[in-house]
Design a protein around this ligand. Structure first.
Ligand SMILES: [Zn+2]
Length: 256
């Protein structure tokens, strides 16, 4: 089966999973198309902006935090003056915010010196040692990034440092609240020593995938509380099907 017939086949086969509603990323009334019913969190793609369920959950929470009642992040951010730093320089949220005046984005690009900006306007940044000044941003977005950072504690410390007082870190990561946090890799020496079998997640910038350093558990929330970054968990609700959000969890830490 070639590409178009395969797409049409999936469109038909998954028809009972498709949703319709207003997209909190692009703000348009849209269809949310299911490609894989087994992973709806990263699926249900907006017909217009290609946002996934996870993207829309982040966008909805961000929009409501900036401007309660806003239909989308585009509407919320416009004229708000909020400074947003996104640790992702691709995807639907990036595209929706890219033209905002106070928006910065970065990627982990070790081939480019950290703290420099490339011709596309993307910063090369290491979350464990950010080049930005302290008390700089109102919001920082990390989407399924922190499990891939070698030393997640350094990353949380840096995120707190560059947030303004009262600023928020809006993020997703795989979190198992029935377990405690486990490091999959021993980083106490210079080199990485795998203490659990290596696991890689899909990475648009790397064909080999991104190594998972940490399996986060419930004690991560206590750690953040101890850092004066109290954190709330927002689960998607039944009503959120009208924003095409399903089986999603977003965390929000606030700098005290
Ligand atoms: Zn959309």
């Amino acid at each position: 089966m070639t590409r178009l017939p395969r797409r049409l086949f999936h469109l038909y086969k998954n028809r009972r999973f498709h949703l319709r509603g207003t997209c909190p990323v692009c703000g348009r009334y849209s269809a949310f198309i299911c490609k894989d019913p087994q992973s709806l969190r990263g699926d249900l793609f907006c017909f217009f902006c290609r946002s996934s369920s996870r993207n829309r959950h982040i966008a909805k929470i961000l929009a409501q935090s900036i401007l309660p009642g806003a239909k989308s992040i585009k509407e919320a951010v416009k004229d708000s003056g909020v400074r947003i730093y996104n640790t992702n320089a691709c995807g639907s949220i990036h595209r929706a915010l890219a033209d905002s005046g106070y928006y910065l984005c970065s990627e982990y690009l070790p081939e480019i010196p950290f703290g420099t900006i490339d011709e596309r306007g993307i910063w090369s940044e290491d979350l464990q040692n950010l080049s930005f000044g302290s008390d700089n941003f109102d919001y920082i977005i990390t989407e399924d990034v922190l499990e891939h950072v070698r030393d997640y504690r350094k990353a949380f410390t840096e995120i707190k440092r560059v947030l303004k007082s009262g600023g928020k870190h809006v993020f997703t990561l795989p979190l198992n609240i029935c377990k405690n946090t486990a490091r999959r890799v021993d980083i106490s020496r210079g080199n990485d020593i795998h203490v659990l079998p290596p696991v890689y997640h899909e990475d648009p910038l790397n064909d080999e995938g991104a190594l998972v350093y940490t399996d986060f558990g419930r004690d991560m929330l206590d750690e953040l509380e101890g850092m004066k970054m109290p954190t709330q968990i927002r689960f998607s609700e039944y009503e959120d099907k009208f924003s095409g959000i399903f089986n999603s969890m977003v965390l929000i830490s606030t700098k005290q």
